[in-house]
Design a protein around this ligand. Structure first.
Ligand SMILES: *Cc1c(COP(=O)(O)O)cnc(C)c1O
Length: 380
């Protein structure tokens, strides 16, 4: 167990517990690395606090497993990761916001340059220093978020006067539809990326996120950048998920009560008891990342929790600090005040819950609250 989070409170004082297994993150990284051939490097996306699992412990575990290149989104994340991993290569995906270049250089962080303006600013920096500073160049192959247009990309990289001493350390693009491998967009992006970067094959090239790794070698190029799969998430829709779960959320039962048939449960009286129900009210809510949209109404079922192998459906709206579960059909001795209920984890996949909340497991993971007792260790 890591002691990276000093905990001032006794475990009993928390409403719930978030257990994170960084060894499982390392295991998932090794699994993905095992899919690569030749010299292809397996990097890791550790943005958004390593998808809610904790940037420092996750980053350290990945580095210990052999990962040397890391992607975060914003400069603050890059600088804090630099404190944890002095020897890693760190890219900041969101690129070069004005006023950030000195900080990048000071902390040995590489921006992923996402527009012509950003590339020009970086080139100016290189020219005034008379040397190249490492940075990636992002080319947009169809997602239309960040990245130079293909024309801008080719015109810039082929213009030796403009480039001056700048030699990019990485050329990259990002898939828009990796979660649905059959989507025509994937092949289109792949072909465009391959063609447009072909003259620069001496520079490291990268296209794949987690889904791209799983879609096969033609997507791998020289470096892959998985995120969600490292954290046990489901990169590709409607397929068995090969990854190991890394996080478990458990909430404690505060009270167990009966609800007469015909009465309603929770805010807005959205769910009516169709028979006499036995409810357990647990101490986790949307403020803890239990997304409110996973609540139930009379028209629509909500998500569920698990109690010792029994499914406990969510009843009515999810509140800020609590959730009501239907435990009518679960043996009494398993539903005791103070007991822990699994809200998310090996038996409640974030991707399953996400289906009820009309979202994806990425949102569940990155929303995990700061109010739980955080434990680093096996999920048991
Ligand atoms: C977040 C991100 C990744 C990782 O994506 P996953 O789908 O989580 O594997 C890779 N590349 C870029 C540009 C990203 O923004």
């Amino acid at each position: 167990m890591l002691s990276l989070h000093e905990d001032p409170f006794h475990a009993d004082l928390y409403g719930g517990r978030l257990t994170i297994d960084v060894e499982a993150i390392a295991k998932n990284w090794l699994f993905l690395k095992g899919k690569l051939t030749g010299d292809t490097e397996c990097a890791a996306a550790v943005k958004a606090d390593a998808y809610g699992t904790g940037q420092a412990p996750a980053g350290q575990a990945l580095f210990n497993a052999g990962c040397r290149t890391f992607f975060v989104a914003v400069p603050t994340e890059a600088i804090s990761l630099r404190q944890t991993l002095p020897d890693a290569t760190i890219y900041a995906l969101n690129g070069l916001l004005p006023g950030t270049s000195d900080h990048y250089l000071e902390n040995d962080i590489r921006p992923v340059l996402g527009s012509l303006e950003e590339v020009r600013d970086w080139i100016d920096l290189c020219k005034s220093a008379g040397r190249s500073f490492d940075a990636a160049v992002h080319v947009d192959t169809g997602i239309h978020r960040l990245g130079l247009s293909p024309d801008e990309f080719s015109a810039t990289l082929s213009d030796a006067d403009l480039m001056g001493p700048f030699v990019p350390s990485l050329l990259m693009s990002h898939l828009a539809c990796g979660s649905t491998p059959d989507h025509a967009m994937n092949k289109r992006q792949l072909d465009l990326f391959r063609t447009i970067t072909a003259p620069y094959a001496h520079i490291q090239r990268s296209l794949a996120n987690s889904a791209g790794v799983l879609m096969g070698p033609e997507y791998h190029f020289d470096l892959v950048r998985p995120g969600i799969s490292l954290y046990g998430g489901q990169a590709i829709d409607d397929t068995p998920n090969p990854m190991t779960p890394v996080a478990k959320v458990e909430a404690r039962i505060m009270i167990v009560r009966n609800v007469p048939a015909g009465d309603t449960i929770g805010y807005g009286a959205m769910h009516t008891a169709k028979r006499t129900l036995r409810n357990a009210v647990v101490a986790a809510g949307y403020a803890d990342g239990m997304l409110r949209r996973a609540g139930s109404t009379d028209e629509r079922p909500g998500g569920f929790a698990m109690i010792e192998g029994h499914k406990a459906p969510i009843l009515g709206r999810i509140s800020m600090d609590m959730i009501t579960l239907d435990v009518t059909d679960i043996p009494d001795h398993l539903v005791k005040r103070g007991a822990f209920v699994e809200m998310l984890g090996p038996n409640v996949a974030a991707a399953d819950l996400a289906a009820y909340a009309e979202t994806i497991d990425y949102e569940y993971l990155t929303s995990l609250g700061q109010r739980f007792h955080r434990v680093y260790g096996p999920l048991t």
